[in-house]
Design a protein around this ligand. Structure first.
Ligand code: ADP
Ligand code: ASP
Ligand code: MG
Length: 818
């Protein structure tokens, strides 16, 4: 059997109330009663309280009263059929008439007792619950229950203490033979033995749910509110707060005691002994799992602390004086005085010298505290053994809470150094004896900053955010940004990865985001054109460094040597590089080593999977083989998707030049197609593989057996190159025809063996593993000590903007984030 509790935030609007239907229908078990505790409509208790205070101060309370009354009418009219409205409209009317009389007497007498106050604020639940019951009755069988008939308390009207013995009996008796309907119970309100209305303290509807839950041995108590569960901090104050899936009772207790409003702290007391799980759920997102509060936390998360909470409007009372030293019974006198005066002490710290005690109390209580302490310690104060109590106002308490804080050293050090670093002064500190929390008293004006910096220091969001700077907006660069745009929602939701594009540059223009607003990946082209400034690589790099954003990644989607020249500088500034630019790894060996070295030294990533075979896992496979102790005996590969495409399509009547042109149009070729056809691009890939295999080798050592005529190789421009290809068509046709006659296929193959790399055109017959290769496919076969008889083969599309950009994308999300 379950208890559901809907808070004011859930039943504060028509939209919210309508959400209840789905939730209640889903949670209702067949043949069982379902207990639903509801608060007043959001804001009602506050408004009633304000009206009462106004009446007390002889101010006009009618306006505020009318406003609440009308909200109730409005809700009734919106959610109920006309036939069901009348009795409720009357109920609201008569109660507001009664309230008006009551407030008039308060104004008249100029007196507002706690008893009257409690009666006034208890009205919210007495109205909301019958209205919700009527709404439920439009789709199931529901019955209203006034908790004042069942929950018995003492006469501390505004924060009444429950008499559990009588209350439990009453509840059990009532629930014994109930029909399997939905029972809507008023939260927050109760009655004393004289049947006078009492209230359980602000936020007390949670407590009502817990009282019923414990009494009826519920299997679960669900607290439905307006956030996705208990979060690491108040989401209204900490922008990076996130939901916690599990919390222990103790953690929930500490966090709520120190201000996390999600649950009213006393609510946990009755349920802990019975080990009844509480879940915190979001009425506006019922599919979200929310938070489960139970005896222990199920998952061990990485963060040292579980959450942060805060109490504001705090005053610190300092009691200082030599008279306290060794004075027996001093603390007892102090605390019993405060207890008699009904003062809630939020925090206590005592200096080890015993010279001073500081008490955190609410601002409101400070005058009273000063007065009762002066009275109690009058003799000591006059004898100058104690100073008169001093009070510091407008403070806040921040508390960090977590089970894992026990036995972990350095947490308070980290807390205070974090506050210190941000120039936040600490007026007092306290650690709970359970070691479950550490609290610091700070100035109220620093609260928001403190919460955010502490959150960032201890509770890194599970969302990994990458700040990326992209250079190159050609085929690959553009496609890369398109993929980021397309995948962004999915990445956040499913993989907890957020990619923020901070800078984009090409050879003409560059654009840098301002004030933390990332560049829109949908409109970037337009923005770059309209708002971009003249490109200047040097100053772009300087900005990347100046922004100094966490998890900065520089994405090089160019084939420019100039860009590679900045990698060292980037690594030195702790910026990772992801690149499809082969130049960096295929120029001289010393540079290749140096870059790897630097990246390692600065603990950043340097990822270039797309240097070989676009998005195919070739470098990764090679490295995996090597790391696991395998030895490369031979690599054979077709690594030019362009040439594969050209050879595979150079059939029939199309000229060789036309096929090359088509390949360029499709984005398969390097920006300059000569780099593909002269075997250079392929050679660079083979060279990179050799170097990954720890060969100290240079590009000049790669033996390229060229198949292009000299005139084509020496063409001085791309257009001239195409012209030469046309001229030599018969030369290419001869190759084509020969291969066709022998039933063979033309393939440009790279072979890496015995410290030698060769790249050459071969005609392969149908027995060869490379014979059946279509489109722009790449194939690579690793013959190793382990994969000797049957080589390990990786095959698939190895060229084109889409697969290359996807490879760059995959590398980006492999960057180790903080
Ligand atoms: P209800 O009306 O449902 O009882 P409350 O306003 O009492 O709702 O409590 C929910 C609010 O508590 C949230 O809207 C949120 O702003 C606030 N809150 C404070 N601290 C936290 C926290 N750590 N996690 C979630 N919410 C918090
Ligand atoms: N309506 C009461 C309040 O505002 C009780 C509650 O919402 O839990 O304090
Ligand atoms: Mg609440």
């Amino acid at each position: 059997m379950k208890i559901l509790k809907f808070g004011g935030t859930s039943v504060g609007s028509i939209k919210g109330i309508k959400k209840l239907k789905l939730i209640v229908e889903r949670e209702k078990e067949d043949h069982q009663a379902l207990f639903v505790v509801c608060s007043s409509f959001a804001g009602t208790t506050n408004a009633l309280l304000e009206a009462a205070e106004k009446a007390w101060h002889q101010l006009d309370f009618h306006e505020i009263l009318e406003e609440i009354e009308h909200r109730h009418y409005e809700i009734i009219r919106e959610i109920l059929p006309i036939s069901a409205q009348n009795s409720l409209l009357m109920l609201v009317k008569s109660n507001f008439n009664m309230l008006e009389d009551l407030l008039s007497s308060v104004a008249h007498l100029g007196e507002l007792s706690d008893r009257a106050k409690s009666k006034i604020i208890a009205l919210g639940e007495q109205l909301s619950c019958p209205i919700i019951t009527a709404y439920f009755n439009t789709f199931l069988q529901a019955e209203f229950k006034d908790a004042r008939d069942l929950i018995v308390t003492n006469s501390n009207y505004l924060k009444a203490e429950v008499d559990f013995e009588i209350t439990n009996q009453n509840i059990q008796q009532w629930a014994k033979d109930l029909a399997p309907k939905v029972y809507i119970i008023t939260g927050f309100i109760a009655a004393d033995l004289q049947h006078t209305t009492t209230t359980l303290g602000r936020g007390g509807s949670d407590y009502t749910a817990a009282i019923f839950g414990a009494s009826l041995n519920a299997s679960e108590i669900q607290i439905w509110t307006d956030v996705n569960g208990f979060m690491t901090a108040d989401p209204r104050r900490v922008k990076n707060a996130y939901s916690l899936e599990y919390l222990s009772y103790e953690e929930a207790m500490e966090l709520s005691y120190f201000g996390a409003k999600v649950i009213y702290p006393p609510s946990l007391v009755p349920v802990v002994a019975k080990k009844i799980p509480i879940s915190i759920r979001n009425t506006f997102d019922p599919e979200h799992v929310g938070t489960k509060i139970y005896t222990h936390r199920k998952v061990q998360d990485k963060a040292l602390i579980t959450g942060i909470s805060s109490v504001d409007k705090v005053a610190l009372v300092n009691i200082v004086g030599g008279g306290m030293v060794g004075l027996k019974g001093f603390s007892a006198r102090l605390f019993s005085t405060l207890s008699r005066a009904n003062i809630n002490i939020i925090l206590i710290t005592q200096a080890s010298s015993e010279h001073s005690i500081s008490l955190g109390i609410s601002n409101e209580d400070s005058a009273k505290v000063q007065q009762v302490l002066r009275e109690e310690f009058q003799v000591e104060i006059e004898a100058k053994k104690l100073h008169p109590p001093q009070v510091l106002y407008d403070l806040s308490i921040v508390a960090i809470v977590g089970e894992r804080m026990k036995n972990t050293k350095g947490i308070s050090g980290k807390l205070f150094s974090t506050l210190g670093k941000h120039h936040i002064n600490v007026a007092a500190i306290a650690q709970g004896s359970s070691e479950l929390n550490i609290s610091a008293v700070i100035s109220e004006k620093d609260l928001s900053k403190a919460l955010n910096v502490i959150h960032d220091a201890f509770l890194l969001s599970p969302i990994k955010t990458y700040h990326i700077f992209c250079v190159g907006t050609g085929n690959i660069g553009r496609e890369f940004l398109r993929q980021i745009h397309q995948e962004s929602k999915n990445l956040i939701e499913k993989h907890k990865i957020e990619i923020k594009v901070v800078g984009i540059a090409n050879t003409r223009k560059m654009l840098l985001s301002q004030e933390e607003v990332p560049i829109d990946t949908f409109t970037w082209e337009e923005m770059l054109a309209n708002e971009g400034i003249l490109a200047d690589l040097q100053s772009f790099i300087q900005s990347v460094k100046n922004y100094a954003l966490p998890n900065s990644v520089f994405i090089d989607n160019t084939s420019s040597k100039k860009v590679v020249g900045y990698y060292e500088d980037l690594f030195g500034n702790n910026i990772s590089v992801v690149t499809c630019n082969k130049i960096s790894n295929s120029e001289n060996y010393a540079q290749y080593l140096q870059l790897k070295h630097l990246a390692e030294k600065h603990s950043v990533n340097f990822l270039y999977e797309t240097n070989v075979g676009a998005g195919l896992p070739i470098i990764k496979t090679l490295n995996d083989l090597l790391i696991s102790g395998d030895e490369i005996l031979k690599i054979e590969a077709i690594l030019s998707g362009t040439i594969s495409y050209i050879f595979n399509n150079y059939t029939g009547d199309t000229t060789f030049a036309e096929v090359v042109r088509k390949a360029q149009e499709l984005g398969f070729t390097e920006p300059d197609p000569r780099d593909d056809l002269n075997g250079l691009d392929f050679s660079r890939k083979m060279l990179i593989l050799a170097r990954e295999n720890a060969w100290n080798i240079e590009l000049s050592q790669v033996e390229i057996k060229n198949f292009l005529p000299e005139a084509c190789l020496n063409a001085h421009s791309v257009e001239d190159f195409y012209a030469q290809l046309e001229i030599y068509e018969s030369y290419f046709a001869a190759y084509k025809n020969k291969a066709a006659q022998e039933n063979k296929k033309l393939r440009l193959i790279g072979i890496l063996e015995n410290y030698q790399i060769k790249v050459e055109v071969r005609m392969v017959d149908s027995d060869h593993a490379f014979y059946n290769l279509s489109g722009s496919d790449n194939i690579i076969s690793f013959t190793t000590t382990r994969y000797k008889d049957t080589p390990l083969v990786v095959k698939g599309p190895g060229a084109g903007a889409a697969v290359t950009a996807a490879g760059v994308f995959a590398d980006l999300v492999r960057v180790t984030a903080l």
